[in-house]
Write a protein of this length. Sequence first.
Length: 295
Amino acid sequence: MQETKIWKVNHNTLTELNKSNLDYEDRIHRWIENDIKIILPDAILIGSKIKTDHLKEIDLLAIDSSGDLVIIELKRGNTPRDVIAQTLDYAAWASTLKVDDINSILQKQGRKETIYELLNKNFEDGEEIEINENQKLLIVASEIDAITERVINYLSTKGLNINAVTFNYYKDDNAELVARNFLIKRNEIFTTTDENKRNGRFITKLFNEGKLLVGHKVKYIPLNNKGIENVAEIIRKGSKCLKIAGTDETFSFSGLRKKFILENELNDYNAYFPYNQWGEWELIGESENKELAEL
């Protein structure tokens, strides 16, 4: 597996820093728990030390911007056979989790938000994310042996969303440095699955089928029912496609919905739960308006 070398620059002289031993079992776990983005920039941490139905313990569980659960397992000195088998077992269990199961895990972890609320707060177009259609596996270690590397590479070529990440640790006087390396380049895995999921989302389908076009106008029905006129224009395809008068800001459907609800005290609607919102939006037509859910 690729290893990063680090040199200290002192004027015109480079001094190589030697890699040191790292007690990664606890320290790496804490680093990831404190900031999941050091390994997954597009993910939310669901929890740490998650109990499975067989009372085994997943080191870390996350969900990414595609709605896929990510099982993160530290190698902890296990044999290659054990760490791969264990991670696959956890993925099999995670594949059975429904939304209510994930919400239950969040509650046990002391989180107040539901998984829907977390997705909508953290990701653009969160309302269109399908939860746990696929699972991704990430093995974390201070180093990966040749057998584990070979097995992970093999499984990834057979369609399994699996990768490994290592942390190389260096010390220089009082400074500590860490270098991160992925076994498989992140843009070489997950891409096809994630792109297919994006293409299958509701608004994307409406654009692809020509039912929504640039220049179309929509209104938010609950706001209209309150006697507040509102019109948003579709200015482009994709996320943040809506623009309203009075601001240069652009919005996604869920983002504009949240703005309308919070600013106008639409207390019967949850600003952070947009998953049934397509009956709340209306496409303004020449002869009649039609709910997006009916298109």
